[in-house]
Write a new protein. Structure first.
Lengths: 344, 554
């Protein structure tokens, strides 16, 4: 009995080394997702998938970090087949934690652009969002805007709005700036942008746009699909906000606007790997790709190939072609840079 | 064999079972938390240096401002309203004595959302005015102060009922003759509160206050909503942003130390005084006072408090629900989240109360330092953020589960805990919510005069006999009270439920949180939130009837 209480680590090590029979019957007709995505529209897609293939989809929705911890703890007994995150950085973190496995199919390789998947197939993107500048149509002309880097200019003092640096979208944006301008350049940028902010970071991307509409600041950093959510909100005040702001894709004459993905990777201990791959193929396939711009206002993997009038109204844009796996690798660096810049 | 055994009870064997069960429960509840505490003795993670250098001071400052701010405001609102209702007679008094409990049914994130209009319709125009007159720097600072103030108010609205209940029960225990004597000696009702009411009801009030303050320490949603940094938000920063779980757990340990300090302060405030009720004296106030001016003031105080803490946010929810009415699917909600919520909440609250009874009775039988420490250890889970409890439970029980399934040679216990049944989730509720059960039951135990035990024992009853025939009947009010509070608490619970639930399980809280907070699909999310609040309100109604009964029965 002594060993029982000796240390948790040893208990876990011993237990994971030993084969443990699962109560779960191996059911070929199901697939279990651990998903960070919370959209109801996703559930509808899963229903379509079930109708088309007969494979039942089970879902646990929670934050990606919690789900990664859960898979780590459950180990080989984890019921999870597919981990879905709303950011490439989190997928890389899951990959680094060793809880994803390589899964390849010719369909996936064809449907997902190279910079939006892991080289060895540990994860694949299935929707794209761009982090752009949202400006006040009343006070700012698009010609005044140019690049992310320009936001560090003192002319923006007291005019910028952005959410907390603990938000992964900001971290990935900064990671892309580190990748392009180096760590020192990024540190200077973050500190200058923080000094130019109209108020300390708070609230969601939507709150930044609301503050632009209210006149608290003039330019906000936000993801494109949030504009779509405001435009289609049931709340008339939100629709009013959407009227007052414009979307600007920065760095168009350079590397292009920063983009990121929602994506999924097959879990190392998946008991339904084939089904998990089928679901990924479905999510990256044309039916789902046509759905995302309409239901969640995200871009499809081929950002220019959408019929959505709203997404088209923002105009064509050039997307940064940086391999998204870089965002994950530079994430820790980005978090440190934010802390030093006092960007809470 | 433990020392207390020889002193209090002759029937050692039966008493020993109490000791053993309590110790067992304590081990089960506390051991997952050792995952947290052990982090203090491990080398810190990579992020720790960054945290201590740049962030920790802000975290601690934010935590202190928020706990002090909400603590004092909730104390004022809770004790004030409870005293008014105890001693004054005014219109709608019966209604308010119930209505002031109702905010308990509103989760803090729903409360924060209900007040989001303040952010957009009051604060932003005000800030714009400040910016235009005094510039962006002053605006930025005022914005931060405004946010702190608003967050303190909103959390106080959601949490003062903990103090209110405790104070009502506390005041009801005070013999009416004390208050009457104070009045006869020329003190007004207001001054009597300070000279008689507060000192006598102190242990109950401080217990309620402690619950409210711990809830503040644990708050995540409302804090990030207003850009306020506390130890809890810091835990998430270091866990999810820095990817440094060790530092996160280390911060949780700092938070635990903070809480231990609070508990120690509570003990200090309670002092050595013993608070036994004097059963011989008349407990009824011979008719509360009524003066016109006083009645108007009392009515206004209660009316305003009820409006801001319940009516306003709930009316907002109703309006939003109507906006999205065609879309909401009542049957889906009943079949899924409503039933799931009921199952986990019922099992949870029943189990936790039984465990709390065992512990507090064992602590009474054996008033040893060991037993006292066990009681305190069981309360620690309330101090640790839900997400950290969740991770500790996962790490601990999946390790234990795998070990046992190997040891005993049958199927996987891990999937039994987390995939096939909500067992892991329910255990997590035990770890998290032992405090709201133990606090009132312990307070109830303390008020049972020790001479009762002695009498019962002398008349030949075993510890079991005394428990069932003497203590249980006397404890039925705090017992039912604790059960209702727990039911509502579990109904509202988010972080544990999100992380530990089996696949395809949604509670009312997870559904409404996902829709409101994550998707900002307010019209759709308001309906489950409303059902959650109404269900909670029904439970609170039961609690109210209980308190009334108790007061009338005296």
């Amino acid at each position: 009995m002594k060993t029982l209480f000796k240390s948790y680590n040893s208990i876990i090590n011993i237990s994971f080394a030993v084969f443990a029979f699962s109560f779960l019957p191996a059911n070929a007709q199901e697939v279990t997702l651990y998903s960070h995505r919370h959209y109801e529209a996703d559930d509808k897609l899963y229903e379509k998938f079930t109708k088309a293939t007969g494979i039942k989809v089970n879902v646990v929705k929670a934050s990606a970090d919690a789900l990664i911890e859960r898979i780590k703890a459950e180990g080989k007994e984890s019921p999870a087949d597919l981990l879905i995150a709303a950011d490439a950085g989190r997928l890389v973190r899951a990959q680094d934690a060793g809880i994803l496995q390589s899964a390849t199919s010719s369909k996936l390789e064809k449907q997902v652009p190279k910079n939006m998947r892991d080289e060895e197939g540990h994860w694949y993107g299935f929707t794209v969002r761009s982090r752009v500048l949202i400006y006040s149509k009343d006070r700012i002309k698009p010609s005044q805007l140019s690049t992310y880097e320009d936001l560090a200019d003192p002319k923006w003092k007291g005019k910028l709005l952005a959410r907390s640096s603990s938000n992964i979208y900001n971290q990935s944006l900064l990671a892309s700036i580190i990748a392009n301008n180096g760590k020192q350049g990024a540190a200077k940028w973050a500190a200058a942008v923080r000094k130019n902010m109209a108020r300390p970071p708070e609230g969601s991307d939507r709150d930044q746009m609301r503050a632009v509409a209210a006149g608290i600041g003039d330019v906000a950093i936000a993801n494109t699909y949030y504009v779509g959510l405001l435009v289609n909100s049931s709340n008339p005040k939100d629709r009013e906000v959407a009227e007052k702001v414009g979307v600007f894709f920065p760095n168009q004459s350079g590397r292009g606007a920063h983009v990121n993905i929602s994506g999924g990777g097959v879990v190392k201990w998946s008991k339904n790997k084939a089904n998990a791959i089928k679901l990924l193929e479905f999510l990256t396939g044309s039916e789902a790709q046509n759905q995302f711009p309409v239901t969640t206002y995200e871009f499809p993997l081929e950002v220019s190939s959408t019929d959505s009038p709203l997404l088209k109204s923002w105009g064509k844009f050039k997307a940064d072609s940086l391999a998204l796996s870089e965002l994950g690798k530079l994430n820790a660096e980005a978090v440190k840079v934010f802390a030093l810049a006092n960007w809470k | 064999m433990p020392k207390g055994l020889l002193n209090i009870n002759n029937q050692r064997f039966s008493s020993f079972w109490w000791w053993l069960s309590a110790a067992f429960i304590a081990v089960v509840l506390f051991s997952p938390l050792t995952v947290v505490l052990s982090s203090l003795f491990k080398a810190p993670g990579e992020g720790w240096e960054l945290i201590t250098e740049y962030l920790l001071v802000d975290y601690i400052l934010g935590t202190i401002i928020m706990t002090l701010g909400v603590g004092l405001t909730a104390l004022f609102l809770g004790v004030g309203s409870a005293w008014i209702i105890t001693v004054w007679d005014f219109p709608c008094k019966r209604f308010f004595s119930l209505a002031l409990l109702m905010p308990m049914a509103i989760p803090t994130y729903v409360m924060a959302f209900g007040y989001s209009f303040v952010k957009y319709d009051i604060r932003d125009p005000l800030m714009l005015f400040i910016k235009n007159n005094w510039g962006a720097v002053i605006m930025s600072q005022s914005n931060e102060i405004f946010n702190y103030g608003l967050a303190i108010l909103i959390l106080s609205f959601a949490l003062y009922p903990y103090v209110y209940i405790a104070a009502r029960v506390g005041f009801s225990e005070i013999s009416g003759t004390y208050i009457e004597n104070s009045r006869l000696l020329g003190r007004g009702l207001f001054r009597s509160m300070f000279s008689v009411g507060l000192p006598l009801a102190r242990p109950a009030i401080v217990g309620g206050l402690l619950l409210a303050v711990l809830e503040v320490m644990n708050e995540y949603g409302a804090m990030t909503y207003y850009g306020i940094e506390t130890l809890t938000t810091g835990i998430f920063v270091s866990w999810t942003d820095l990817g440094d779980k060790d530092s996160a757990v280390r911060l949780a340990a700092v938070a635990m130390v903070f809480v231990l300090l609070l508990i120690a302060i509570e003990r200090l405030l309670r002092g050595r005084a013993k608070f036994h009720a004097h059963r011989s004296s008349s407990n009824n106030l011979s008719g509360p006072t009524r003066t016109n001016a006083g009645a108007v003031m009392a009515f206004l105080f209660c009316f305003i408090l009820f409006t801001v803490s319940f009516a306003l946010p709930v009316i907002n929810l109703c309006i939003d629900t109507l906006h999205g009415w065609e879309k909401s699917k009542l049957t889906d909600l009943i079949k899924g989240p409503l039933i799931d919520s009921f199952i986990v909440s019922s099992i949870g609250c029943l189990g936790i109360v039984i465990a709390a009874l065992v512990i507090s009775y064992a602590a009474r039988l054996f008033p040893t330092i060991f037993m006292k420490s066990i009681t305190k250890l069981c309360m620690l889970g309330y101090a640790v953020p839900g997400a950290v409890v969740a991770i500790s439970i996962l790490v601990y029980f999946s390790g234990m589960g795998s070990f046992l399934s190997e040891f005993l040679g049958f199927g996987s216990l891990t999937s039994l805990f987390f995939t096939l049944t909500p067992a892991g989730l329910i255990i997590a509720y035990f770890v998290r919510f032992m405090t709201p059960a133990l606090a009132p039951i312990e307070a109830g135990m303390i008020r049972i005069n020790a001479s009762m035990d002695e009498a019962s024992s002398m008349l030949g009853r075993s510890s079991w006999g005394s428990f069932f025939n003497v203590h249980l009947p006397l404890l039925r009010f705090p017992l039912f009270g604790a059960m209702i509070v727990l039911f509502v608490d579990i109904l509202k619970e988010l972080p544990l439920t999100l992380v530990l639930r089996p696949p395809n399980i949604e509670t009312l809280a997870t559904t409404s949180y996902g829709l409101i907070q994550k998707e900002e699909r307010i019209a759709d999310g308001s309906f489950p939130a409303l059902i959650l609040v109404l269900t909670g309100t029904l439970a609170v109604l039961a609690l109210h009837i209980l308190i009334r009964k108790r007061i009338v029965n005296k």
